[in-house]
Design a protein around this ligand. Structure first.
Ligand SMILES: [Ca+2]
Ligand SMILES: [Ca+2]
Length: 382
């Protein structure tokens, strides 16, 4: 090989005209690196673990813990929760017609009827002609009581005449009679009576027959303990409008109400009523609000006092616009409530205003839209 290279070099040099004796350093060949074999790792044998015998635990005797005397916590006085009445439907809101769910009429039934002039929703009207207390009796379903425990019955009541006598009684193993209570006229008042139960099953009775008085009764309660269920009658303000429920009147006329405009479109309905059997039907042709007007008799109002007008109303079709206003015989300007849009379901709309006269008529301005309305229970209260 070297000889061959040398011969080749001499040949080249001769060809170039050089002397064959000129020494030219032979080029150094790059050493070809021999590939180093990767050492094959010997697999290390996994040491076989000697199974360690599970030590059998010596049962350790439970150390007898000396009971630590619980530090005596000062009892935090829990606010006394309002007791719950054990009567069902004590607010008398459930029931059809003149019936009250969970309540019975044991004597004088026809004189025990439902009304809506109440603390809340429906109430009981008891028209007593005077006689024995038990001759007009409104009686709860049977309730479970704890014998020898004190209970307190209560009801909200108002009367149309003074000095009506009513009482509670319990109808258990042997009857228990509460004291006679005298009901004043005027606002709703709460009457209470406490008993120590002598039976586990009994009924609460309202004995209303003693006097010739018509009562309205709502929110009847029976609670454990000597204190009556608290609470107020939220609608303790008397209705200022006469014939507010529109039940009184001949045909399309409504006692205590006038038709100032739109006489021919203001009639009675006996099917679309919110309560009772009569309501106002107002078939407005559409125009100015005042062109269909239903107006109450004047109510006594106090200048500067706040009053709330309300009514139940629905439209045969939606989107009719109505409003309340006042009329005060020209002594002062009329006041106008906001335009209110009426749907096709019964709704209670209200308007609050401050009286500017001692005598105020409530006016329903129904003429704005071409809509037939049904209206019931028109109210004005302080
Ligand atoms: Ca009620
Ligand atoms: Ca009615």
């Amino acid at each position: 090989m070297k000889n061959l290279i040398l011969v080749s070099l001499i040949t080249i040099l001769t060809a170039c005209g050089g002397s064959s004796n000129d020494i030219i350093p032979s080029p150094t060949l790059a050493p070809t690196a021999e590939p180093t074999a990767e050492p094959t790792a010997e697999p290390t044998a996994e040491p076989t673990a000697e199974p360690t015998a599970e030590p059998t635990a010596e049962p350790t005797a439970e150390p007898t813990v000396e009971p630590t005397v619980e530090p005596t916590v000062e009892p935090t006085v829990e606010p006394t929760a309002e007791p719950t009445s054990i009567l069902s439907n004590g607010n008398l809101n459930e029931g059809d017609g003149d019936e009250f769910t969970n309540w019975g009429k044991w004597n004088g039934g026809p004189n025990l009827t439902a009304v809506t002039d109440s603390c809340s929703g429906r109430a009981l009207q008891a028209a007593s002609s005077g006689g024995n207390a038990w001759e007009l009796q409104f009686v709860s379903d049977e309730v479970t009581m704890v014998a020898d425990t004190q209970y307190t019955a209560s009801m909200w009541i108002k009367a149309d005449a003074a000095d009506g006598i009513v009482r509670f009684s319990l109808n258990g193993a042997s009857p228990q009679y509460g004291v006679d209570e005298t009901v004043a006229t005027g606002d709703w008042q709460q009457i209470t009576s406490s008993f120590t139960a002598n039976d586990t099953n009994t009924r609460l009775q309202l004995d209303l027959g003693a006097s010739s008085v018509t009562y309205t009764i709502d929110n009847i309660a029976l609670v454990e303990g000597g204190t009556a269920l608290a609470g107020v009658c939220p609608e303790n303000n008397p209705e200022l409008l006469l014939n507010s429920d529109l039940e009184t009147g001949d045909g399309g006329e409504f006692t205590n109400w006038g038709k100032w405009n739109g006489d021919t479109v203001l009639t009675v309905t006996t099917t679309e009523v919110h309560s009772g059997s009569r309501a106002l039907q107002a078939a407005s042709p559409g125009g100015n609000a005042w062109e269909v007007q239903f107006v109450s008799d004047a109510a006594t109002t106090e200048v500067g006092k706040a009053y709330t007008a309300s009514m139940w109303i629905k439209g045969a079709v939606a989107d009719g616009v109505v409003r309340f206003s006042t009329n005060t015989d020209g002594a002062t300007d009329a006041q106008y409530g906001p335009d209110t849009t009426i749907g096709t379901d019964w709704q209670n709309i209200t308007w609050g205003f401050t009286a500017d006269s001692t005598s105020t008529r409530l006016v329903l301005d129904l003429g704005a839209s071409n809509v037939t309305y049904y209206i019931d229970e028109i109210s004005l209260k302080e």
